[in-house]
Design a protein around this ligand. Structure first.
Ligand code: GLA
Length: 655
């Protein structure tokens, strides 16, 4: 299989989504001039061009794209060519209403926006395959083509009749018999047993709570259907150009698709990342998404989209202060990106995203945004030879699984306040603040490369996953596990005792009596720290080596944290500082060192290959101790013992 290296060829890809069909042809020539000035070497074409390519059913208008592909090639800009299938032309919905998705309460999602397609519609799939086939036949051998980009941010959900039929097929393949389905879904509850497959529906709007196992399977089904759409188009483009890598862009931590599963089907894993410039934890959010994407890619990955300035879809949309675009781009490279790209090249003058920034903003060439983009292009060119293809070493893994998320994140639970991504993020933030570089992993992945595995929360675990955790500890690994983990099996059936018996034994828990979820703003005292969000009434079995008790209140004296050998269980969510300190000390015991010692809080340090990236997320200058002498690839100077970074400053140091 080709990979990102086939597209980068030793460079860092730099560029963005290019939508030239929104502009007259003179602008295209101006675009290439500016692209050259900014050292842009990659553009994504065609993501929303279906109605331009096929203005009426079966028509083909490729002339404009021929011109652009040639123009890009002539100017040394590679093309990531997108299949346009995320935004079908209006005629498709008009002539074939069966291609339109339906919401849980029966409303049709009409054309006039985008992503108005039913993943299960055979008609949609037929038209999507046809345009993909012709696109691939025409451009598969074009010298500008560096990568295929299938669709855009797969995310549609469909509860309509097409989806109902496909859901039944999917369920038949999974369960074989209605008895097996009834058993897995626990339909004895509320008398939901089925007499025929035709009686089964997507979880459409009910009077009261839904069957959670049905919802869980529907989420699995939706991810699988979208994946089928992706692989169908991928297989077409591969047939025409087997040596060109294929990707589709993920939304970060998007609940709709199982990105572990999807990543296996991609040559390049790519993601769209838009932290809020005003969010004090924006950099941590970036780091989390970057670590997750690198782990899915198992190596270099592609930042497909970010914003050079403001987005247009938050309540209030803030621009990036001077220097922040460069800093966050270098952060992505530090954490394994070999491509730094944007939505979009030139800011639109019309349409729903005209107030979303571009690399060339409405202010044009002289605008600050473009000037900063230009500087970044030069920086990336400078560091590329030393960085592309290099690994990011990590001895810590954080476990995450979409199925556990889907099972846990439903109505009818002990607390609506428990939110899987928030808990995941709190734990990742603690590691990030402790300057420990972490990968993410699926609970059934091989964990042997890691010294420390952290499980912020995996509500549902398969038997295989539990076995994997036990084996990891058995082989000398350190495991630290958060609350509400191992509660249910793969069908969302609660394990006897409310938590997997093997895990209870691992941590030294005899009985889990009750969960005591906390209200917003409520905390629970534990010896040495305060817990938030959740607490548990646990009874130890006397085998734990150490415990930290709850203090005061109903749980006074009962264990809040247990450690048995190399296995830790944390039954609450400690406040951020204590969680950081806890994980830092567990890591130290496991022999895992921070990237650098004594780093100021606002400074992030990451190693990639032989390079050390030092990033100042603060607006104040800072001096950082860096033992030894290094060459800063960004400034071209040598630094000994310490490096000073200005506001949002960065150093890329080679020993
Ligand atoms: C997504 C899409 C783009 C654009 C941006 C705006 O990432 O893929 O087409 O809508 O959001 O932020």
């Amino acid at each position: 299989m080709p990979g990102l290296g086939d597209a980068t060829r030793g460079r860092l890809l730099f560029g963005g989504d290019y939508n030239p069909e929104q502009w007259p042809e003179e602008t295209w020539h101006e675009d290439v001039r500016l692209m050259k000035a900014a050292r842009v070497n990659s553009v994504t074409l065609g993501a929303f061009s279906w109605s331009k390519l096929e203005p009426e059913p079966g028509a083909r208008e490729f002339g404009w794209l021929d011109t652009l592909m040639d123009l890009m090639h002539e100017h040394g800009v590679g093309v990531v060519l997108a299949t346009p299938t995320s935004s079908p032309p209006p005629w498709l919905g008009r002539l074939h209403p069966d291609t339109l998705p339906v919401t849980e309460d029966g409303r049709t999602e009409w054309w006039g926006g985008r992503q108005h397609f039913s993943h299960s519609s055979p008609t949609y799939r037929r038209f999507a395959a046809a345009i993909t086939e012709d696109l691939a036949a025409r451009y598969g051998g074009h010298p500008a083509l560096t990568m295929w980009h299938i669709n855009n941010e797969y995310c549609t959900v469909d509860h309509g009749d097409q989806a109902a039929a496909a859901f039944r097929r999917w369920l038949r393949a999974r369960y074989g018999t209605l008895d097996a389905l009834d058993e897995a879904w626990g339909t004895a509850f509320w008398g939901q047993g089925y007499d025929t497959w035709d009686g089964i529906l997507p979880p459409r709007l009910p009077h009261y709570l839904r069957n959670p196992a049905q919802v869980l399977d529907f989420r699995r089904f939706t991810s699988d259907m979208l994946l089928e759409c992706y692989t169908a188009e991928r297989d077409i483009v591969r047939r025409h150009s087997p040596h060109v890598p294929v990707t589709t862009n993920f939304m970060p931590l998007w609940s709709g698709v199982d990105a572990w599963r999807w990543a296996e089907e991609e040559d390049v894993v790519s993601v769209d990342l838009y932290p809020d410039p005003r969010d004090p934890l924006g950099a941590q959010h970036g780091a989390l998404v970057q670590d997750m994407t690198r782990s899915q890619a198992r190596g270099p990955w592609m930042l497909m989209e970010q914003a050079a300035g403001p987005v247009n879809w938050r309540g209030v949309n803030h621009p990036k202060p001077r220097g922040l675009n460069r800093l966050w781009s270098l952060q992505a490279v530090a954490r394994g990106a070999d491509a730094v790209c944007y939505f979009q090249w030139r800011q639109s003058r019309q349409g729903a995203e005209k107030f979303h920034s571009g690399m060339v903003s409405h202010a044009g060439e002289e605008g600050r945004t473009f000037q900063e983009v230009k500087r970044l292009g030069a920086d990336l060119e400078r560091i590329a030879p030393a960085v592309t293809g290099r690994p990011v070493p990590a001895r810590v893994a954080v476990l995450h699984d979409w199925h556990a998320w889907w099972a846990g994140d439903q109505d009818g639970r002990p607390s609506r306040r428990v939110n899987h991504p928030e808990v995941l993020s709190a734990w990742h933030r603690a590691l990030w603040q402790a300057h420990l570089t972490a990968d993410f992993a699926h609970p059934e992945h091989d964990l042997t490369p890691y010294a420390l595995v952290a499980v912020p929360q995996l509500y549902a675990l398969t038997d295989a996953a539990v076995g994997n955790l036990l084996a990891f500890v058995g082989q000398g690994g350190t495991l630290v596990c958060g609350f509400l983990t191992g509660v249910a099996d793969q069908d969302d059936r609660v394990r006897p005792g409310g938590m997997d018996a093997r895990l209870r034994e691992l941590f030294g828990i005899r009985t889990l009596h009750e969960w005591w979820p906390l209200e917003a703003g409520e905390t629970v005292d534990c010896e040495g720290f305060r817990g938030t969000l959740w607490s548990e009434e646990l009874e130890g079995d006397g085998t734990a080596d150490a415990t930290v008790p709850y203090r005061g209140g109903e749980l006074d004296g009962l264990p809040a944290v247990l450690r048995k050998g190399r296995a830790w269980y944390v039954s609450t969510l400690p406040e951020p500082g204590p969680l950081r300190d806890l994980l830092a000390s567990v890591a130290r015991d496991a022999g895992v060192r921070p990237v650098l010692d004594g780093l100021p809080e606002q400074v992030e340090a990451v190693r990639r290959g032989e390079l050390l990236f030092v990033l100042n997320h603060g607006r104040e200058p800072v001096t950082v101790d860096v033992p030894g002498t290094h060459h800063d690839l960004l400034t071209g100077t040598d630094v000994t013992g310490r490096v000073t970074l200005g506001r949002y400053g960065a150093a890329v140091l080679r020993p």
